[in-house]
Design a protein around this ligand. Structure first.
Ligand code: HEC
Ligand code: HEC
Ligand code: HEC
Ligand code: HEC
Length: 444
């Protein structure tokens, strides 16, 4: 009896072992798992038309299309394209004499990029072609064909004849491999200037760097309006201001004070990567803005890029078990930063008012006056770095408060210098914004 039981047991073990080996050999000989569909059609290199890529990748394409019609707003962000100037009329004063003081709307979804850049009243006869650089999937093939020097040199209206597509697949992916790539030559050059080669970056790093093709601070260098990221000295706000100061670069002159001003663009990448908690933890832009979603058994990245607050279970729930707590923290952080941002605006407006008055004083001290101007320039660029960044501080709360604290300090110093320059303590009046409710000035 005993012998029989042993034999049966050995038999069972042998059969199970053989089965396991069979399964392992079968698995080993399976083709490597590919995510997404097997290509149905060949896509030309740098194909501008996303609908052609969509044949192979219908889920990614269908979700990209959703960005065209997103309209929902959150407390501070969202997709309706509301007017920043109507929401916060202080900005009409802060951008006086400049296009942003006339027309400045919140950003919308990726598929609107072309419509919106063509609609803004900031575009005029002098606008260079460079303004199309982060607005179209035609760019990678145009840069390839004519080079960025030629592209940037063309007037906006002239270049526009060759541009038909809004942002799409070709801005982020290489055809064939579908890997994420740097498509904007200005990003390639800015990374090289820092001794970095994106081709050596990990996949997780590329899930952030691919957004830096567009979501960055930039300026147009020289007569040719050559698209340049001011990163040669680093990507912190202090590095960026030092870079512009060394070039004596300015975006516009502030009216009646003659201050050489700087305008921040949309420095999400620089702000997020400045040692934020999430960045230090290895979290990427795509983790929050392009969460995985399911189509039956298929998992794919949502290309419906928008505010993560509109779908926090997907965007935050992959890592945070208590999503309500996480969202509550966002509200606390954003409310705090918004309040501090408005206090900074009040301080800068007090400084501007004082400098405008000092300029008119006949025996004003020119050296102190110039110091006041420089302080205003530096304060306002710091404020704008946080204001133009689109997360109301959430991407890096500590950095936002640090920068705004510096901005308030510099703005108050600017006001004091102006009062000193004009020998006029009355210029130390604070809270002059109260009672002024400027409306956006219509385009000329
Ligand atoms: C940890 C999650 C997280 C990461 C990582 C992250 N974001 Fe965000 N992002 C948010 C949240 C939350 C908001 C605020 C949305 C709001 O106020 O409606 C936001 C706002 C934005 C907005 C404005 C959206 C709107 O509706 O106005 C943009 C643009 C943006 N992020 C781009 C980026 C880029 C580019 C990166 C990487 C450099 C990045 N984000 C990294 C969570 C994240
Ligand atoms: C704004 C940049 C961007 C654009 C535009 C874009 N993608 Fe992606 N795509 C990504 C990112 C980021 C990922 C995640 C890649 C990873 O995890 O390695 C991704 C992933 C993918 C994947 C891998 C499978 C998946 O869903 O994770 C496919 C396939 C894909 N995209 C197709 C497309 C197609 C087709 C288009 C145009 C209709 C497109 N993408 C437009 C950024 C973009
Ligand atoms: C080719 C340039 C380009 C790239 C690459 C790009 N964006 Fe954008 N993004 C834009 C532009 C331009 C807008 C504003 C479009 C408008 O207002 O019409 C925008 C808008 C957004 C918004 C606001 C959407 C809304 O509904 O308000 C978010 C969020 C965003 N981008 C996140 C990202 C993230 C995350 C990445 C990287 C995965 C990325 N973007 C890559 C150019 C780009
Ligand atoms: C890919 C994973 C991941 C995603 C997605 C993610 N987080 Fe986080 N989050 C982290 C990690 C990791 C930390 C750091 C935890 C720590 O150090 O204790 C963190 C920290 C935080 C903190 C605390 C930061 C602080 O300094 O107080 C908040 C608040 C937060 N996340 C909110 C969010 C929100 C809101 C979203 C969605 C928009 C989100 N997170 C998406 C991984 C993630």
């Amino acid at each position: 009896m005993k012998k029989h039981t042993t034999l049966i047991l050995v038999g069972i073990i042998v059969v199970l072992a053989a089965g396991l080996i069979g399964v392992l050999i079968y698995l080993k000989n399976q083709p490597p798992q590919t995510r997404g569909f097997q290509p149905l059609v060949e896509i030309a290199a740098q194909e501008p038309d996303s609908s052609k890529w969509g044949v192979n990748f219908p889920n990614e394409y269908a979700t990209l299309l959703l960005t065209a019609t997103n309209k929902t707003d959150t407390t501070y962000g969202g997709s309706s394209g509301f007017s920043n100037l109507e929401r916060d009329p202080r900005q009409v004063i802060l951008f006086a004499g400049y296009g942003f003081g006339r027309d400045y709307n919140d950003e919308r979804g990726h598929m609107n990029s072309l419509i919106d850049v063509r609609a803004t009243k900031r575009v005029n006869e002098q606008t260079p072609g460079t303004c199309y650089s982060c607005k179209s999937a035609d760019n990678p093939s145009l840069w390839n064909e004519m080079g960025m020097v030629e592209y940037d040199r063309m007037p906006f209206s002239e270049l526009g004849k060759r541009i038909e597509q809004p942002n799409g697949c070709a801005n982020c992916h290489e055809t064939g491999t579908m890997r994420l790539i740097v498509t904007n030559p200005a990003l390639e050059e800015a990374l090289v200037a820092q001794g970095k080669d994106w081709r050596t970056f990990s996949r997780q790093e590329m899930r952030t760097v691919v957004c830096a093709n567009c979501h960055v601070e930039y300026y147009f260098a020289g007569e040719g309006k050559y698209l340049t990221f001011p990163w040669a000295d680093g990507t912190r706000i202090e590095n960026i201001i030092a870079y512009y100061d060394a070039l004596s670069f300015s975006d516009w002159k502030y009216p009646d004070t003659d201050t050489a001003m700087l305008k921040a663009q949309h420095p999400e990448y620089e702000f997020y990567t400045a040692a934020s908690t999430h960045y230090n933890a290895g979290v990427s832009c795509a983790d929050c803005h392009m969460p995985y979603v399911r189509d039956g058994a298929m998992k794919f990245s949502s290309h419906d890029v928008k505010s993560p607050l509109l779908e926090p279970e997907l965007a935050c729930g992959q890592c945070h078990t208590d999503v309500d707590y996480a969202i509550g923290r966002v509200k606390t952080i954003q409310d705090e930063i918004y309040k501090t941002k408005l206090a900074t605006e009040d301080a800068i407006i007090d400084a501007i008012t004082a400098i405008q008055a000092a300029v008119k004083v006949s025996d004003v001290d020119p050296v102190l006056l110039e110091e006041a101007r420089t302080l205003h320039r530096h304060a306002q660029m710091r404020w704008d770095f946080i204001s133009a960044e689109n997360s109301m501080g959430f991407h890096n709360p500590e950095e936002a408060l640090r920068i705004l604290a510096d901005a308030i300090n510099l703005a108050r110093q600017a006001q004091m210098k102006a009062a000193q320059a004009a020998h006029a303590p009355s210029l130390l009046n604070i809270g002059v914004y109260d009672g002024m409710h400027p409306k956006p000035v219509p385009a000329p």
